[in-house]
Design a protein around this ligand. Structure first.
Ligand code: CA2
Length: 147
């Protein structure tokens, strides 16, 4: 078992807008609520959580690279980068940590350009379309693998 008891929570572009617009798709909870939920879920299992949200791809890549030295796994909602970003996928596969992919909405019931994820096959956990609560389930499933 990895002795490191920390997770990295990554939220991609535009997720800082959670709770402010499009509540019919993304609900009323804010990014702070998401970060609090994941932190509380992890704390119950003795893990702490480092959070990052950015609208800049390189910032996300740097945070993922840094996790290699002091995190045991990554919970990520890559936002729209899910459907476009080979470099994000390469960063996740490069650090070789277990990854949980979360989407608040059911991307498979939305536009066809949301049906493909570059992250899906480098993730070991996938929670799609369960709202913000899906972050807690993804965290639990990742911790089940790690502990
Ligand atoms: O359902 C998800 O969690 C998504 O990752 C959210 C992304 C979208 O591009 C993916 O296809 C699915 C978009 C995040 C934008 O979040 C907003 C939240 C509130 C208001 C506006 C945007």
């Amino acid at each position: 078992m990895n002795p490191v008891r920390r997770l990295l929570l990554v939220n991609g572009p535009n997720l800082n807008l959670l709770g402010t617009r499009e509540p019919d798709i993304y609900g009323h909870e804010t990014l702070a609520d998401v970060e609090g939920l994941v932190s509380a879920t992890a704390r119950e299992r003795g893990f702490d959580v480092r959070t990052v949200q950015s609208n800049h791809e390189g910032v996300l890549l740097d945070a993922i690279h840094a996790a290699r030295s002091d995190c045991a796994g990554i919970v990520i909602n890559p936002g729209g980068l899910t459907h476009t970003s080979v470099v994000l996928r390469d960063a996740l596969s490069g650090v070789a940590l277990p990854v949980a992919e979360v989407h608040i909405s059911n991307v498979y019931e939305r536009e066809s350009f949301r049906h493909h994820s570059y992250v899906a096959d480098v993730a070991v956990v996938h929670v799609i379309g369960e709202g913000v609560a899906g972050y807690a389930r993804a965290t639990q499933q990742l911790l089940d693998i790690l502990t």
